[in-house]
Write a protein that binds this ligand. Structure first.
Ligand code: FMN
Length: 152
């Protein structure tokens, strides 16, 4: 099974998390690649395999600048994405209150509007929690990969 990790980031935390997961690919018998979202459009979802959206939040619940092109393409180039299965890792900071992990929520809503199917719960990584984000994501990822293989 092939997995594409799509990374939206401002300062690199989401990239670090995604890179940690990438290193675990052999343990999960997956082929994986990491694509920064910069300049992508909806055609990225024509790739075979499953997707893992890994994005932080900036501003007031906004998607990072490098994710804007893809996020807007989900409106501007809207098409049915019923063949798409994806997971979501959403980085944020609960001290921002109502806009906590808003960037991830925006992607989730838009992808579901287009018919894409999220596998599993969102992995929320809270910068205020004191937890190690890569460690939390690694634990979540092992469970998520099991779900994927059960479903396929
Ligand atoms: C200017 C700024 C605005 C932010 N706004 C939010 C926000 O509205 N909601 C949220 O949950 N986190 C917010 N965050 C927290 C980041 O999402 C969090 O620190 C994340 O780990 C950053 O990951 P990145 O380096 O991949 O961008 C903000 C951070 C910064 C610096």
């Amino acid at each position: 099974m092939h997995l594409t990790i799509l990374v939206g980031t401002v300062h690199g935390n989401a990239t670090s998390v995604a890179q940690t997961l990438l290193l675990s690919a052999p343990d999960h018998h997956l082929s994986m690649d990491l694509l920064p979202m910069d300049g992508l459009d909806i055609s990225v979802f024509d790739r075979p395999g499953t997707f893992l959206v890994c994005t932080s939040t900036t501003g007031s619940g906004d998607v990072p600048d490098n994710a804007l092109a893809l996020y807007h393409a989900l409106d501007a180039q809207a098409k049915y994405l019923g063949h798409v299965r994806y997971g979501l890792i959403a980085l944020g900071d609960s001290s921002y209150g109502d806009t906590f992990y808003g960037g991830g929520k925006r992607f989730d809503e838009r992808l579901q509007d287009l018919g894409a199917q999220r596998v599993g719960d969102i992995c929320v990584l809270d910068a205020s929690s004191g937890d190690d984000a890569a460690e939390t994501a690694t634990t979540w990822f092992a469970d998520w990969v099991s779900l994927l293989t059960q479903d396929s």
